[in-house]
Write a protein that binds this ligand. Structure first.
Ligand code: MV4
Length: 450
């Protein structure tokens, strides 16, 4: 097992990783920018190294500074968390070249999944269902039109270097497609330095359902069920739940075993999430995330598995230690992402927290780095807390979530708590009747009613 892990991240996930290490008897090194010197995980870590100024490019994205900090402190592994360098194959290679373990999949796997065309090819070869579309890059608008006529409109143009919604354009007709194609290529070139785009049939009302996997270095692979992440705004997830209200246990077992077989074929290791669109009872592979995800705690709540702990264990070469048939899915869980934002405009709002009181009680978990008197810096993501609630039934979770949101006291900065309160009292949401467009429509209607 590792003796010392460097946490190459900030915010709640940095604290989450510190907690896992502490419980495993592993020493921790926090790295931080000048703006994060007062962060909770920096105080709790065994050692802390300031690696640069506030701007992420110069600190949390500064590969050389982070690796230097690891060498200086004698860390034997680096946990990248999510965002920042977590899916940067070059960083993973650099870490490896210095004899330090990168806590994540092999750099080659990160690279394969980072390019959406190569990821989709790999998914097809591994037996995953994919969205009908072009086999690879489409280079001219004429080729795009020919292809669209074959599969039918509407179609969507996607950047191969994209992901998370960047460089995507929907077209309902030939004239729209020609425009969308040129625009998507330009945007992709500007955003990613890679103009390559591909085409897919556009699915109009899918849900976003993702499968969590855990794989050791010896071919032992399990899935931990799904998370329904359909509630998004501008490609930012707001509330996630498991199980998905759209799936029954047979469907879960079916897609889960398809994913496990595919990961075996790919030789996938470490933690990962396979994202799907789900429409009319069919799953379609979207992309694969080769890192721990923000919403992992709802899966921990229903399975009782400490995913970060097991990620660290398997990264150090330990065997997974349990099999698919050992995993039980217990009840339901929801996660509310609480952001430091105006709840009507969603504009981020930095500032100093006055009173801070978190809800508690049975099956209530708050993952957060905040404390009374802490100043939220303006430079980073606005996520300040995740409220994770577990219960035996979905209705029980909704009641407990309502009670918990009511108990939460955050003074000094606005938060999105009121948004969550409105979402969970909506009859359609209570019925589980939603898709990837539901939240944005709900927020539009909600605004008109203000
Ligand atoms: C799609 C789609 C419909 N049809 N692909 C958005 C993010 C990127 N990962 C893929 N995305 C989509 N791809 C086809 N063929 C709709 C989306 C999409 C979406 C997906 C998941 C969650 C929220 C979304 C919001 C808008 C569009």
């Amino acid at each position: 097992m590792f003796e010392k892990v460097l946490i190459a991240n900030r915010g709640e996930i940095a604290l989450r990783i510190h907690r896992a290490c502490r419980e495993m008897g592993i020493k921790t090194v926090a790295i931080h920018s000048t703006a994060d010197a007062n962060a909770m995980h920096v105080k709790l870590a065994d050692e802390a190294v300031c690696i640069g100024p506030a701007t992420a490019r110069d600190s949390y994205l500064n590969k050389a500074a982070i690796i230097s900090a690891a060498i200086m402190t004698g860390a034997d592994a680096i946990h990248p968390g999510y965002g920042f360098l977590s899916e940067n194959a070059e960083f993973a290679e650099m870490v490896r070249a210095h004899g330090i373990t990168f806590i994540g999949p092999e750099p080659e796997m990160i690279r394969l999944m980072g390019d959406k065309i190569s990821a989709k090819k790999a998914a097809v070869e591994a037996g995953l269902p994919v969205i009908p579309g072009s086999d690879g890059e489409i280079k001219t608008s004429a080729d795009a039109v020919t292809f669209a006529n074959r599969i039918g409109y509407p179609v969507i143009v996607k950047a191969t270097a994209g992901g998370g919604g960047k460089g995507m354009k929907v077209a309902h007709s030939e004239s729209e497609l020609v425009e969308a194609f040129e625009l998507a290529r330009k945007e992709a070139q500007n955003a990613f330095g890679n103009p390559a785009v591909y085409l897919e049939k556009y699915l109009q009302t899918p849900r976003h359902i993702e499968i969590q996997v855990l794989a050791d270095n010896y071919g032992n692979i399990v899935h931990l069920g799904e998370r329904d992440c359909s509630l998004q705004r501008n490609h930012q997830k707001i509330l996630e739940e498991t199980p998905s209200p759209a799936l029954n246990p047979e469907q879960r077992e079916q897609i889960g075993s398809v994913v496990v077989q595919a990961m075996k074929k790919l030789g996938y290791t470490n933690v990962g999430t396979v994202e799907f669109l789900y429409e009319n009872g069919q799953f379609y592979f979207l992309e694969m995330n080769t890192r721990i995800q923000v919403e992992h705690p709802i899966t921990e709540a229903v399975t009782g598995i400490d995913i970060v702990r097991d990620q660290i264990r398997i990264s150090s070469g330990s065997v997974l230690g349990y099999r698919q048939e050992d995993i039980r899915f217990n009840g339901c869980a929801m996660d509310c992402r609480i952001n430091a934002e105006n709840p009507d405009t969603f504009l981020p709002q930095a500032g100093t927290i006055g009173q801070w009181h978190t809800p508690g009680g049975l099956d209530v978990r708050v993952d957060s780095e905040m404390y009374a008197g802490y100043t939220v810096p303006p430079y980073y993501d606005s996520l300040i807390a995740k409220l994770i609630v577990h219960g035996r039934t979905r209705n029980g979770v909704l009641m407990r979530l309502r009670r918990s949101l009511e108990e939460f006291v955050i003074e000094g900065i606005p938060t999105t708590i009121p948004v969550h309160q409105r979402i969970i009292s909506n009859p359609e949401f209570i019925d589980g009747q939603y898709n990837i467009h539901w939240l944005e429509n709900f927020l539009k209607k909600d605004k008109q009613n203000l």
